[in-house]
Every structure is written in structure tokens, then in C-alpha cells.
Design a protein around this ligand. Structure first.
Ligand code: HXC
Length: 511
């Protein structure tokens, strides 16, 4: 018996060694952890249970049948807990055939995807791999397709998170692209469909891996990544933080954590957040941080389309999605990037029954050929569509400008806002005073006094929350210092909200 136990331990030890000490050392030298070290950091201590550690590939071509078998076959799969909640994981092991995907490697990923779906718990994929196992050819391609299909079937059922922690190219990029979130590690990870060599051959463009698909590109320019962190350890700790905000599935309800932050807390400093000059910026994140429990806010896409802020916070211990125009960047205008960013976030929240709080200070949509040629109409429509199809509680608070179509788009009452507040500083109108006066009093433009009088008249008549409040488009004009309490009460009142869209196969979101 002792023999058998020792044999098992020896086989386990062999599997844990992956591609061997030299390759583990090389991994460490590059500032990267191994697949198992990463899982240990992601999961609660001692909670990880591994499956399929003895699985080996069945390839025979290119000498693969001769001493080229490594137990585990380049991916570690299993489940564990994150702060006590079940989470499934697969982690590519770069020390084994560069983490490349073989037929059996794909089967392991499918197994854990299927288990996560059965158990209705989130799945996290840690990527560090060289794409399809070149020695296996079409069997690897078919494996990818099976994984992709499962990503799509699971979309909107369980949260799927992808973390890019090394190379991620070819077939490996499309599975993350179909998950809910992609995070990257700065400097040591990159993601592209075709690498720098192919780029040079096809387009003659000379570009480094970092320039083509590093975190600096995907977190700021392409919006492929939802965030990037300095190293493996920080990234995995942030993933634990994110998971704490997410429901386990679309039907599980948001997690509820103990909160020591009084929901009646008043923030007197918010009464002076809005500058006297309506064209002066202020930081909308200050409002978010003062409203959420314990100032804990997990921002999504912090470095992309900074004119809109998206992320998760908690109120009364329960997760809330926040969307807020940011007056500090482009005056908080809505452009194509901001619309796409916010639309995707709103759809995630609605899919997983996370209530949404929207803070509005938006001068309108960004004018110009660059935006119109880039499809602003369609991208803006994405956000309008996303909010309009929400059935989760929507609480909106207009802090300052809500001009033009952007007023409608930003969770207005007419598209589904349940409780819509405005601060006394709100200005709700078709456009700002200057633009409006120049159009409706064009004949007076040469006369500075007349224009000044008209501008004042327009400001007094329209640039306040009360015209909208008189019509019931705004439910109440609230004191800024009471914002947390009012939002908390609205969310508590809406906890039992039931809303449904009519039966159909699926909608036709303007893609
Ligand atoms: C088999 C692979 C491999 C692969 C790497 N290795 N990629 N083995 N299939 N795809 C092995 C290497 O042979 C090497 O083995 C070890 O992994 C580490 O690789 P290195 O090249 O030494 O590492 P590095 O210099 O860091 O370069 C990493 C890399 C590079 C950039 C990922 O290995 C690379 O370019 N690999 C090929 C990428 C690729 O073209 N994949 C196919 C994509 S097509 P040893 O034994 O020396 O340690 C694809 C189609 C699917 O994925 C499409 C579906 C939609």
C-alpha cells in the first residue's frame, strides 16, 4: 500500500514539475510566475482542487510519441474558492510546449468550462501560450472551436474572466475576446491575432510585440483589455477583488458583504463639488468614491475613453454598476469610444442583474467628421440600446449638464430610468446657452448687449433642473450631500423590481 501511495505522490510531483526546472527558472527570470503559482495566488489558500493532472497528449507526428509527453499537457484546470465563493480556473502552463493547445489540452479546458456551467460559478482563464500546438494541426484548431462555442453558450450565464499573463496569439486570442473581461500584465503580456513577423511579411510594417499588442496598447487604444496591472501578483490580487463584486451567475443575485459604512452618511463636501463656472471641470470619481461603501470602487477600462467612467462599487454591501460622464476629460462628451465602453458595461450589469447608478454631466455627442465617419450614430445607439433594454434597477442623478440626445441616452426616465434625481446645479436642455442663442437669435449676433440679455434669459429659463422636474422627468431635486442616502434608499425600494422585455429570439443590437 505504501508503495502505491508513494507512486501516486511521485506521479503528482512529476506533473507539478511541468516542463521542468530549467523552464520554470526561465519563466521566473522573465518576471512571470508558473501556472500553479498563479492559481495559488488567485484562490483562497489550500482551496484549489486540480483535475486532469495526468492527462497527456495523443499526438504521434514530429516525434511527439517519443519521450515528449508531459503530464497535464500544458494547462492546469480545477476549482477553488475566492473569499469562500466557488470559482473555476484554467491556467496555461508556458513551461509545457509553450502552453500551446493540443486536442487533449482543449478537452481539459472544455471539461472545466462545462463544470463551471453546471455549478453556475465564474470561470477564470489565465493565458500564457503560443497558440495552436503546431505538431497537431487541425485537431488543435477543432479544439479551439469547441472552447469558443462554450464561451458563447456561457455568455450571460456565468461571469467569464480572461487574464493575459504572457504571450497570447493566434487561436488563444478569440476565447478571451468572447469573455466578459480581459485583464493584462504590463510589460510581460501581449495579445495579437498575428505576430510582428507575419505583420512584417504581409504589410512591411516593423513593430515590436509590445507596440502591436502589449498592455499599453490594449488598455488604452484598442479597448480590448479592461485593465492592466504591474505584475502577476498585483493582477491576481485585483482579480480576487473583482470576483468579490460579481454574482456567481445571472440568477444568483449580487453578492452581499458586510458593510460598516452607514447608508445615511452625508458628504457635505459634495455641496461644493460643482464649480461656479459651468465650464470648469471637476472630478466625477470624487462623487463615486464618496457615494460607494468604504470608498471601494473597481474601475473597468480606466485608461480608455476616460470621458466616461465605468466600474463596480457597493451600496449597503451589495454590488452596483456605476456609469458616469467625466467632466475632466473632453468635458465629459459622449463620443464613439465612450459610448461603446459604457454600452458594454451596462449590458454586463443587466445580464447579471447588477443595478446601475448613472451620474450625468454631459454636454452632448462629440461633433465632427472623425466621429461621424467613425460611426458615432451606431456607437451612440449602442449605449441608448443598452440602457433601453435594461430590466435591472436604474437610478440616475444629473449633477450638471444633460444636453441634447445625451440627456435621453444617459438612463433618462423615458428609456427606463426608475428613479431620476437631479442636483440643484443641473442644467437640462437641448443645448448650452451659447449655442442655443446663436441659433435662435442669429439676427442679434452683431449686438453684444442683446446677445448677453438673450443668453441670460435662456439660462434662467432652461438651465435648471426645474423645467424637467415640473414635468416629472426628474423625480426629485436633491441636496448633493444626501446623494448616497437617496441612492441607497432608491436601490432598496427597487430590490424587488420586475420588468420584462417582450418574447423574441434575440434583439438586434446595433453592432
Ligand atoms: C508547439 C510551441 C508552440 C506551439 C511555442 N512552443 N509555441 N510548441 N506549438 N504553437 C514551444 C517552443 O517550441 C519552445 O519549446 C517553448 O514552447 C517556448 O517557446 P519559445 O519560442 O522558446 O519561447 P519565446 O521565445 O518566449 O516565444 C514565445 C512565442 C513563440 C512568441 C509564443 O514560441 C511563438 O511564436 N510560437 C508560435 C506561435 C504561433 O505561431 N502559434 C500558432 C498560432 S496559429 P522548448 O522545448 O524549446 O521549450 C493558431 C491557429 C488557431 O493558433 C486559430 C483558431 C482561430
Amino acid at each position: 500500500m505504501k508503495d502505491i501511495l508513494e507512486k501516486l505522490e511521485a506521479r503528482r510531483e512529476r506533473a507539478r514539475q511541468g516542463g521542468g526546472q530549467a523552464r520554470i527558472d526561465a519563466q521566473h527570470k522573465r518576471g512571470k510566475l508558473t501556472a500553479r503559482e498563479r492559481i495559488d495566488l488567485l484562490m483562497d489558500k489550500g482551496s484549489f482542487e486540480e483535475f486532469d493532472m495526468f492527462v497527456e497528449h495523443r499526438a504521434t507526428d514530429f516525434g511527439m510519441d517519443k519521450g515528449q509527453k508531459i503530464p497535464g499537457d500544458g494547462v492546469v484546470i480545477g476549482w477553488g474558492t475566492v473569499n469562500g465563493r466557488t470559482v473555476f480556473v484554467f491556467a496555461k502552463d508556458f513551461t509545457v510546449f509553450g502552453g500551446s493547445l493540443s486536442e487533449t489540452h482543449a478537452q481539459k479546458i472544455m471539461k472545466i468550462q462545462d463544470m463551471a456551467m453546471k455549478a453556475r460559478a465564474p470561470i477564470v482563464g489565465l493565458f500564457d501560450a503560443g497558440g495552436a500546438r503546431i505538431q497537431e494541426g487541425v485537431a488543435a484548431l477543432a479544439g479551439y472551436a469547441e472552447v469558443f462555442k462554450r464561451n458563447v453558450v456561457a455568455s450571460g450565464v456565468i461571469p467569464q474572466i480572461s487574464v493575459i499573463m504572457g504571450p497570447c496569439a493566434g487561436g488563444d486570442v478569440y476565447s478571451p475576446a468572447m469573455t466578459d473581461f480581459i485583464f493584462m500584465v504590463k510589460d510581460t503580456s501581449y495579445m495579437f491575432v498575428t505576430g510582428p513577423d507575419v505583420v512584417k511579411t504581409v504589410t512591411n510594417e516593423i513593430v515590436t510585440a509590445e507596440e502591436l499588442g502589449g498592455a499599453s496598447v490594449h488598455a488604452t487604444k484598442s479597448s480590448i483589455a479592461d485593465g492592466a496591472y504591474d505584475n502577476d501578483v498585483e493582477t491576481l490580487l485585483q482579480m480576487r477583488r473583482l470576483i468579490d463584486f460579481l454574482p456567481s451567475s445571472y440568477s444568483a443575485g449580487v453578492p452581499e458583504w458586510p458593510s460598516f459604512d452607514n447608508i445615511d452618511r452625508e458628504e457635505m463636501s459634495l455641496d461644493t463639488l460643482i464649480p461656479d463656472n459651468p465650464n470648469k471641470p471637476y472630478d466625477i470619481k470624487e462623487l463615486i468614491l464618496k457615494v460607494v461603501d468604504e470608498g471601494d470602487f473597481f474601475e473597468i477600462q480606466a485608461a480608455f475613453a476616460k470621458n466616461i467612467v465605468t466600474g463596480f462599487g457597493r451600496i449597503a454591501g451589495r454590488t452596483v454598476g456605476f456609469v458616469a460622464n467625466q467632466p475632466m476629460v473632453l468635458a465629459g462628451v459622449l463620443d464613439s469610444d465612450a459610448s461603446r465602453k459604457a454600452a458594454r458595461f451596462v449590458r454586463f450589469c443587466d445580464a447579471f442583474e447588477i443595478p446601475i447608478v448613472t451620474f450625468v454631466d454631459v454636454p452632448g455627442f462629440l461633433p465632427g467628421t472623425a466621429q461621424e465617419y467613425g460611426g458615432l450614430i451606431k456607437h451612440g445607439a449602442k449605449l441608448l440600446f443598452a440602457y433601453s433594454q435594461c430590466t435591472v434597477p436604474l437610478v440616475t442623478c444629473i449633477t450638471r449638464k444633460a444636453f441634447g440626445g445625451a440627456f435621453d441616452v444617459m438612463a433618462s426616465k423615458q428609456i427606463g430610468g426608475d428613479v431620476n434625481y437631479a442636483w440643484p446645479t443641473a442644467q437640462i436642455a437641448v443645448m448650452g446657452a451659447k449655442g442655443a442663442v446663436e441659433i435662435i437669435f442669429r439676427a442679434d449676433i452683431g449686438d453684444a448687449d442683446k446677445i448677453a440679455a438673450r443668453t441670460k434669459e435662456y439660462e434662467e429659463k432652461f438651465l435648471s433642473p426645474f423645467i424637467a422636474a415640473e414635468r416629472g422627468y426628474i423625480d426629485d431635486v436633491i441636496m448633493p450631500h444626501s446623494t448616497r442616502r437617496r441612492i441607497a434608499r432608491a436601490l432598496a425600494m427597487l430590490r424587488g423590481k420586475k420588468a420584462e422585455m417582450p418574447a423574441r429570439k434575440h434583439d438586434n443590437l446595433p453592432l
